[in-house]
Design a protein around this ligand. Structure first.
Ligand code: ARG
Length: 588
């Protein structure tokens, strides 16, 4: 379905043409004086030079041609040459009824859907998720859902950090605690136990302890590096132990991501491309791109137009070990082979900007990617505390994501219990759903690249531009519809009619912008657009709700029309909430 502004611009363009001007002058935009009109067109101003005529004259002529228009009920030329426009209620009704019948509310789907891989999450095995992992997960999940809704084929990959030094450290930590485990017996030929020799909480103690020790004890660190090397070279016992670490850790990561409604299609990691590295290295050498510099294998990626220093991309360290770069590049190679995507999108902290610039240049230069595969990096800003610095615990440490979620849930629970009558158990369930919305909306309503301040009181508030406000509005609509059913009404075959007052019209106009908004959000990979739309829609609905009696309306046709409108608002809101990655509870 065409977008409302396109339809309006076409109508306006026809008027310009009928008056003897170029149709392209008819571009219509939302009014920036909503007190005067709903839409405006500044085409006459633009045409004045071309036609050597006063803009007001051109505007007047175009306005005259709109007399009797089925689209605009008012078109007024005002000095110095603006066109102030008001929409016909009947026309708006046609657009909104059309949208209610179309799949995806009239969103136009791409002729050739793209295959997109989104690399987000970035969790590290054996290390708990912390607040730094919140933003890539939340933003990536939403971009995945938005692009999917917009008709693309999207694959989400967590890209675990599962192959680096931290694995050697964990192995060392386990060895220290349980040196007699069969994994450390090099002579052992039999089958390794199925049970992991540790629980997740033990694992979570092992890593930080080993990591701390390695910072003080050089020999210990060397041993951990040696263990990493042995693991990577395929030592049987280490591989078996590693698999246990993976299983225990991934189960826990799934649970934690799951509590935020973050779901990955692929649980791949750095380790998955280990075997591709020799081939990739050979390929880069053969192509004449990779060369040895100070013992390391590097690819130059600086470009003439650079205004800053872009260091070479290191492929292998002087001891032959693979790096973070190496696995990211080999992953590109693997993704091209397995999926041949049109686009790979990475979401990470914005401090990795230079890193991804190097990786992308290297992948292009060495032709690991085809020319028509796009590589895109989205750098997210940080979530800060009230001091404007990256968010910390009260003790000044890094906050675990689990605890952040718990604190938000507790605060949400408190607010829910405070305001309404609900059993403790019900309130707990509701608090869980609403807390996820509070956190995610608080994050996503900001442009991804901007930093923001985590303000638990504001995020969990039922008023203002917050997740709970959005959900509260959706729940309000649901409860009106439920009440109507309880009163014996049926929600089947309700007919939508032209808006009966200004606030209803405003609500319809907002609904009609859905397809344009969602298309832009998908093109720009911008969840904050969906948030802004939802907030406006919720405000328009609440305004309408406060000004209009709905269930007590006596005119049956009018009442049914308003209920049909409510159903549409509910469905659109739920769709938006879903692509943002949270959900609407039944009650609140
Ligand atoms: N594991 C990395 C970290 O904790 C993030 C991974 C980001 N994704 C990527 N493809 N490099 O810093």
């Amino acid at each position: 379905m065409k977008k409302l502004l396109e339809l309006l611009s076409e109508e306006m363009g026809k008027a310009f043409e009928a008056a003897g001007y170029d149709a392209s002058l008819g571009r219509v935009t939302p009014s920036n004086r909503p007190d005067l009109c709903e839409y405006q067109c500044n085409g006459a101003m633009a045409g004045a030079k071309q036609y050597r005529k006063a803009p007001i004259m051109i505007a007047k002529e175009a306005a005259e041609k709109l007399a009797g228009s089925a689209v605009f009920k008012e078109a007024e030329a005002v000095a110095p040459g603006f066109l102030n426009l008001k929409l016909s209620e009947e026309y708006l009704l046609n657009v909104v009824s059309g949208m209610a019948q179309e799949p995806k509310f009239g969103l136009e789907l791409p002729e050739t859907p793209k295959k997109i891989i989104i690399d987000y999450g970035g969790a590290n095995v054996a290390k708990p998720l912390h607040v730094g992992h919140l933003r890539p997960a939340v933003i990536g999940e939403s971009i995945k859902r938005i692009c999917r809704y917009a008709g693309h084929e999207v694959i989400g990959d967590v890209h675990l950090g599962d192959w680096g030094l931290q694995m050697g450290l964990v192995i060392m930590g386990v060895k220290e605690r349980q040196p007699d485990l069969v994994y450390f017996d090099e002579e052992f030929q039999g089958e390794y136990p199925k049970e992991a020799p540790f629980t997740i909480s033990e694992l979570e103690e092992i890593y930080p302890a080993a990591s701390a020790k390695s910072k003080e004890d050089a020999a210990y660190k060397a041993a951990a590096m040696e263990a990493t090397y042995k693991l990577q070279s395929g030592a049987r016992g280490y591989r078996a132990l590693w698999r246990h670490i993976m299983n225990v850790s991934v189960a826990d990561l799934k649970k934690n991501y799951g509590s935020l409604n973050v779901e990955f299609d692929l649980w791949k990691g750095e380790s998955d491309v280990h075997d591709l590295i020799p081939e990739m290295v050979a390929y880069m050498k053969e192509g004449g791109h990779a060369y040895i510099s100070e013992g390391a294998l590097v690819v130059d990626v600086k470009e003439e137009a650079d205004t800053r220093e872009v260091p070479p991309c290191m492929i292998l360290k002087s001891d032959g070990a693979a790096l973070y770069n190496t696995t990211d590049l080999a992953t590109i190679m693997e993704r091209m082979r397995l999926y041949h995507p049109d686009e790979i999108i990475y979401i990470t902290d914005k401090r990795q900007e230079l890193y991804f610039e190097q990786i992308f240049r290297c992948a292009r230069k060495t032709k690991l990617v085809d020319g028509d595969t796009r590589l895109k990096w989205i750098g997210n800003g940080t979530m800060n505390g009230s001091d404007g610095k990256p968010f910390k615990t009260r003790e000044g440490g890094v906050m675990r994501l689990e605890n952040l979620i718990r604190e938000t849930r507790d605060e949400m629970y408190r607010k829910i219990r405070e305001g309404r009558e609900m059993s403790g158990e019900e309130a707990e369930n509701v608090a869980e759903t609403v807390a996820v919305a509070a956190l995610k909306y608080g994050d996503l309503s900001n442009q991804a690249s901007k930093d923001y301040v985590f303000d638990i009181d504001r995020f969990t508030s039922f008023e203002g531009d917050t997740g709970p406000y959005i959900l509260y509005t959706a729940v309000r609509i649901k409860s009106i519809l439920n009440k109507y059913k309880e009163q014996g009404g049926s929600l089947e075959n309700l007919r939508l009619r032209a808006a009966g007052n200004d606030s209803e019209k405003a609500l319809q106009m907002q609904l009609a912008q859905f397809n344009a908004m969602m298309q832009a959000a998908a093109e720009e990979k911008a969840p904050h657009r969906v948030c802004a739309y939802l907030y406006d829609l919720a405000n328009d609905f609440n305004h309408f709700y406060h000004e209009t009696k709905i269930l007590s309306e006596e005119d049956r046709e009018r009442k049914e029309s308003m209920l049909a409108l409510l159903m549409l608002v509910r469905d659109v809101m739920e769709t938006c909430v879903d692509v943002l990655g949270f959900s609407v509870p039944e009650k609140m």
